[in-house]
Design a protein around this ligand. Structure first.
Ligand SMILES: Nc1ncnc2c1ncn2[C@@H]1O[C@H](COP(=O)(O)OP(=O)(O)O)[C@@H](O)[C@H]1O
Ligand SMILES: [Mg+2]
Length: 265
């Protein structure tokens, strides 16, 4: 049997998740998660520490089995077509997977070789340029700043042009300048038509990057919309004569509650 042509899947969302449930022993982490991510968009899954963001990403990247529900990535079911899902994605974790002994360029060339691509050197040079690493490319990665490493990691995830990229807390632990650099890199991904699902605990990150934002709280998506739609959940505050729009932080704290440590029942 042959793989159906991609045109069959074009109309479908890049990521479709319905009724996803997952428990670890008695800990119910996901209690029915529904998400759709349009092709070529940036979708932020926002949630406090321990909300279950990484669990969702692991299920979508076939590293973990859900207890119930369905998940499709690039039109492929994660349970019945795991190999096709893995071909369709790349996953960049919180901890950069680059090798510090090698130079940035060598890291990229290595991955391109592993993927049996033609002209790994040209691929590496193109990515170094796109992620503002051209000058640093011949230096060992041990000498890179945190932001440079993370950018290199994202560049590596693009090799082979996967249509869907998962970024699990891409800026965790970075300083403000490095975070801005990584944001530029993520925007660069989406410009090229790649679908990006990113998880974050940072409201400003979701605000900066995402076309749509979903808040994962106590195992469910409690809101899902554009930044403007989320803002409309709260009335604007009247400050003297100037109307102040609610920030995403106002929306988040109102919905999730100021104490962000969740209770498990
Ligand atoms: N393999 C596991 N075994 C037991 N508990 C787990 C496992 N993985 C995650 N958890 C728990 O599930 C909850 C959600 O974890 P996670 O998805 O990593 O949250 P997030 O990425 O939003 O911080 C946490 O309470 C975490 O401790
Ligand atoms: Mg996590």
């Amino acid at each position: 049997m042959s793989i159906p042509p991609t045109t069959d899947r074009v109309g479908q969302p890049a990521i479709h998740v319905q009724g996803l449930e997952k428990s670890f022993k008695h800990l119910k982490v996901l209690r029915g998660v529904d998400i759709d991510v349009a092709r070529g968009s940036i979708f932020a899954l926002l949630g406090s520490n321990g909300a279950g963001k990484t669990t969702v990403v692991k299920i979508l990247s076939t590293l973990l089995r859900a207890d119930a529900g369905t998940a499709r990535v690039n039109g492929f079911d994660v349970v019945t077509r795991p190999a096709d899902v893995r071909e369709s994605i790349s996953l960049t974790g919180q901890f950069a997977a680059v090798d510090g002994i090698l130079t940035g360029r060598e890291n990229l060339v290595l991955v391109a070789r592993l993927r049996h691509l033609k002209d790994p050197g040209a691929i590496a040079d193109d990515l170094l340029r796109r992620f503002s690493l051209a000058e640093a490319g011949t230096r060992r990665v041990v000498t890179y700043s945190g932001g440079m490493r993370r950018r290199l990691d994202i560049a590596m995830s693009l090799i082979g042009r996967p249509p869907v990229i998962f970024l699990d807390e891409p800026t965790a632990g970075l300083d403000p300048q490095a975070r801005i650099e990584v944001w530029q890199a993520v925007k660069e991904l989406a410009k090229g038509g790649t679908t990006v699902l990113l998880t974050t605990q940072y409201l400003d990150e979701a605000e900066q990057l995402a076309d749509r934002i979903a808040i994962l709280h106590e195992g469910r998506i409690i809101v899902n919309g554009t930044l403007d739609e989320l803002r409309q959940l709260l009335p604007p505050a009247e400050v003297e004569y100037v109307e102040k729009q609610p920030t995403l932080e106002d929306v988040f704290l109102t919905l999730v509650g100021a104490g962000t440590e969740k209770e498990q029942r």
